[in-house]
Design a protein. Structure first.
Lengths: 331, 325
């Protein structure tokens, strides 16, 4: 199968959906000629013109608000938010406006929009350009949240997001834009709420999101050398969450570590770990561990930044201790 | 005669500060190109007269807020090369102990409240600083630097309204360099920028940001008036950035022509213009200027070497400073 980059996969998904449905349009800063600073959208303005690939001023709450209104009245906007960190600027439009319209109107209004943005540290971009803020939006009922872990997921999830009748937030890892993966030429969609077992194992379940799936896979390789068979699962969307698949795996392995690049406290890892505790408690041989980013603003200095994110070595070390029956982080 | 001497010193300091900014940026760019600098940075080269003209009208008690393109503001407000380069390289002796980097550099000792990686993100901070001055009866003034692109942020209109209502000692300094990333200002700003401030009853000025004396003269007047309770004010400074949006923005002909860049560099460069003025007015000779330039270059080279050899912060610093004691 051909291999393409995550960036190309996103580009293809949006282009295909724009060809298929003329109500789909793009909105954001430097999305047209510049194709975004990450060049993810290059070429789209040439095909679809500036009427459907719209450059905006640096007015994030403004253009997200426009997207909400356009979505409520028959269009399917795909909004480009250049950095995930700018989510704070658009919280009212996203959480008070987009997320609640359907419910508040008793099911009469819909907001079929996609907000595509990014996450991920270790790019030496400091505290305001490195955050992974998926937990903030996952907390808000009415929003769906997708976290693609490779080019394959990025394409399939984006197409599903655009066709979904709800506001969907997609976080791409900006360090993965140039990573290649096999992506079929034929059309495919990845349904929301369907986890993917990336590697089968019997001793411990490693649940990873976005680029933390790669971290989990590398940890699994390290563990295999010690005879520990780790199962790696990628939920692909955290809202909706495929609880059934995660629980089935944990019931089989009886141990789990949840890995996500958002801050650990009050985060995605906490939510998933808590559900496993509630619903698989009697199958567990060890506490479910959370591994998120350190609870500090992302530091600029490379000497500090690399300490703040989960690594394969740290995941493997924790997994070994869990499998050895050692109570880690016990009070 | 006396006045003349005073002016000469001021002029030479302004020239020196502009050259220091240009030299700092040339070295920072070199660090990037030789892969010694982590991440990216945004060059201030070309806009020196704005930062220097304004900051030379301020004291250390006056505050500024800066932007992602902030090295120029930082130098102009009095920062040292050594601590700045250490910060750019993520070293422990940097102004922010390596935690902030280029886009968050701040220098408390000279009243620089910090660069900001959120476009328009410092407008509330600057206006709040001015509110504090009013509240506590202090007579310092705050200057808020921001780009033309930042005028699209709604926050600006909320805080200008309050600043005008409450007559706060703040000067909004819009550095209009013609571009917001890869987009021309005309494509992102409708109508007139100064008229937006005027709509709040704020006196607004549009001036040549490549003329350091014009910038300095106007700012001195406005700072005085701010101290008398006549603020706020708004200045739009017409200027130009010589480099790309950031150091990695090399191929930029799709949004801006080489000819245009050459025209600004050859015909409107703030340093060349002011240098000619200094010589023609007999304030400095060509030789004296060359000597000054060489000394600044040497300073910068030494600071870079120092920063390269300096230590990274200890790993124990990673979770320090999340909360104040
Ligand atoms: C809220 C926000 N939106 C977008 C960006 C990305 N961004 C960084 S600089 C920039 C352009 C800023 O243009 P301008 O204000 O004119 O400043 P200049 O770079 O020209 O000095 C953009 C869009 C950001 N940092 N913050
Ligand atoms: Mg600009």
């Amino acid at each position: 199968m051909r291999e393409i980059t995550l960036s190309q996969a996103v580009n293809e998904a949006i282009a295909e959906e724009m060809r298929r449905d003329e109500t789909v349009f793009l909105l954001g800063e430097d999305v047209a000629e510049a194709g975004t600073p990450f060049k993810v959208l290059s070429g789209l303005v040439e095909e679809f013109g500036t009427a459907r690939v719209i450059d905006t001023p640096i007015s994030e709450p403004g253009f997200v608000g426009l997207a909400v209104g356009a979505a409520m009245t028959g269009a399917r906007p795909v909004v480009d938010l250049m950095f995930g960190d700018f989510i704070y600027l658009v919280m009212d439009q996203l959480c008070n406006q987009a997320a609640k319209q359907h419910y508040m109107s008793g099911g009469k209004l819909t907001v079929p929009m996609v907000l595509r943005t990014n996450l991920g540290a270790t790019r030496r971009s400091a505290a305001q350009h490195s955050q992974s803020l998926q937990a903030l939006v996952a907390h808000i009922p009415g929003l769906k949240v997708a976290l693609p872990s490779s080019a394959y997921e990025a394409k399939g999830l984006m197409k599903t997001a655009i066709r979904d009748n709800n506001p969907v937030v997609i976080f791409e890892d900006k360090l993965m834009y140039q990573d290649k993966a096999p992506v079929p030429e034929e059309e495919y969609l990845i349904p929301f709420g369907e986890a993917h077992v990336k590697r089968e194992g019997t001793d411990i379940t490693l649940i990873g999101t976005s680029s933390m799936v790669q971290v989990a896979e590398k940890a699994a390789e390290l563990l295999a050398r010690d005879g520990i068979e780790a199962e790696v699962i990628d939920p692909r969307t955290i809202v909706p969450l495929d609880e059934v698949a995660l629980l089935a795996s944990v019931r089989k392995t009886s141990r789990a570590i949840v890995i996500d690049e958002g801050h650990q406290s009050y985060g995605v890892t906490a939510e998933i770990a808590s559900r496993l505790n509630e619903k698989a408690f009697y199958h567990l041989d060890a506490p479910v561990l959370r591994m998120g980013a350190m609870d500090v603003p992302v530091p600029f200095s490379p000497a500090l930044e690399d300490l703040t994110v989960p690594t394969p070595e740290a995941v493997a070390e924790n997994a070994r201790m869990l499998c050895a029956g050692e109570m880690i982080h016990a009070a | 005669m006396n006045k003349r001497k005073h002016n000469a010193e001021d002029y030479l300091r302004m020239y020196r500060q502009m050259v220091r900014i240009r030299t700092f940026e040339d070295n920072a760019n070199q660090l990037y190109l030789s892969a010694k600098m982590p991440g990216l940075t945004h060059m201030y080269s070309g806009e020196e007269a704005v930062a220097v003209g304004i900051c030379e009208a301020l004291t250390d008690d006056d505050r500024i807020t800066s932007t992602h393109r902030g090295h120029g503001h930082c130098v102009a407000k009095g920062a040292e090369f050594k601590e700045m380069f250490c910060e750019l390289l993520g070293k422990a002796e940097g102004y922010c102990r390596g935690k902030g980097g280029s886009m968050h550099i701040a220098d408390q000792s000279h009243g620089n409240l910090g660069a900001n990686a959120i476009v328009g993100g410092s407008m509330g901070i600057a206006t709040g600083s001015a509110l504090r001055a009013r509240l506590l009866g202090q007579d310092d003034v705050t200057v808020c630097f921001f780009g033309d692109g930042a005028t699209a942020q709604g926050l600006m209109y909320e805080v200008m309204n309050m600043a005008a209502l409450w007559k706060l000692p703040v000067i909004y300094a819009c550095e209009n360099n013609g571009y917001s990333e890869y987009t021309r200002t005309e494509e992102i700003a409708a109508g007139s920028i100064t008229a937006r401030a005027e709509a709040f009853g704020i006196e607004a000025f549009r001036i040549d940001g490549q003329d350091v004396l014009a910038v300095n003269d106007l700012t001195r007047k406005l700072v005085d008036r701010c101290r008398k309770g006549e603020g706020p004010f708004f200045i739009e400074l017409e200027t130009y950035r010589y480099h790309g949006h950031h150091v990695g923005d090399i191929n930029r002909e799709y949004y801006r022509s080489k000819q245009e860049e050459k025209d600004w560099k050859d015909n409107r460069d703030p340093i060349i213009r002011f240098r000619a003025h200094l010589v023609s007015e007999g304030i400095a000779s060509e030789d004296e200027i060359e000597a000054m330039n060489a000394e600044i270059e040497k300073d910068a080279a030494e600071a870079v070497a120092y920063a390269e050899a300096a230590a990274y912060p200890d790993v124990s610093e990673v979770d320090k400073h999340v909360y104040a004691d």
